[in-house]
Design a protein around this ligand. Sequence first.
Ligand SMILES: C[S@@+](CC[C@H](N)C(=O)[O-])C[C@H]1O[C@@H](n2cnc3c(N)ncnc32)[C@H](O)[C@@H]1O
Length: 276
Amino acid sequence: MLPARERWELKRKAREAAARLEQQDEPPKAPLLLTGPTWFSFSFQKPLRGGQSNGTPFTINGQPLYLESPSLEEPDRADMEHEVKTAYTVWDCSLVLSKFLEHHSRSQPDSRFNIQGKRLIELGSGRGLVGLSAARLGANVTLTDLNSVVPTLKGIVALNGLEAGKSRTKSEGAVEDVVSLDWNKPIKIGKEFDIVLAADVVWVEALIRPLAKTIAAFCRPKTIAICAHQSRSTRGDAIFFDALEELSLKVERLPKNLLHPDFTKETIDVYIFKRR
Ligand SMILES: C[S@@+](CC[C@H](N)C(=O)[O-])C[C@H]1O[C@@H](n2cnc3c(N)ncnc32)[C@H](O)[C@@H]1O
């Protein structure tokens, strides 16, 4: 979690950038800074052996998921590009999407979202909360992000004992793979997936079309993509949804009452994309 002053500063810059964006037709010169994270702060820190969690842990199926530990090697973020830096924060969309998956695995209001035993890929995993949650809920998951993020992601998977091949309860799945996937480069993953997951991946305009193409590339006739999206600009949204339409994907915004009742937010929606 960023210090309060830094968070305040980020929010101020994002508000200014959003206001500038409203007034111009030209694309912004610099990426629009993300607002957030703003959720009630959970502790993602794994307590030291025998110790107690320092705060409210984030749980899936009653079990905490850990994204931080003194034993986890973290890269120096000082000189990182903005796009990569975002990978080291847990964004609100990932909480909404993780709890959405849990909600549907428990009460199954819509069987399309039952992920038990299914093969999933997550795009732009960041700290991996969504993919780890899916594995906890019984899916076989591939996490992806930029190459430089992969070592930390692998460490986080191990922190939770969710690597493939580890013995665990019958209902749990696993993280089968953590691989480098840059939306701007050709895709080298040969597998097919039942579900594509993505949380908070639409913000830098230059990345929106490559992202849409990547989603489309993984969408086979029966695949669905489930995407938690926080709107940051009307133009960014328009580029994204137009690109998906052009790529022959049908876009469905889910009604808020299909989300976990305790994990909804006015500015966040869950979308389903599917081949026409
Ligand atoms: C706002 S973060 C969201 C992270 C995570 N999904 C969450 O919600 O907490 C955006 C993610 O996109 C990844 N990303 C940025 N540029 C990318 C690219 N060209 N290809 C693939 N992933 C990229 C970042 O590394 C980061 O993990």
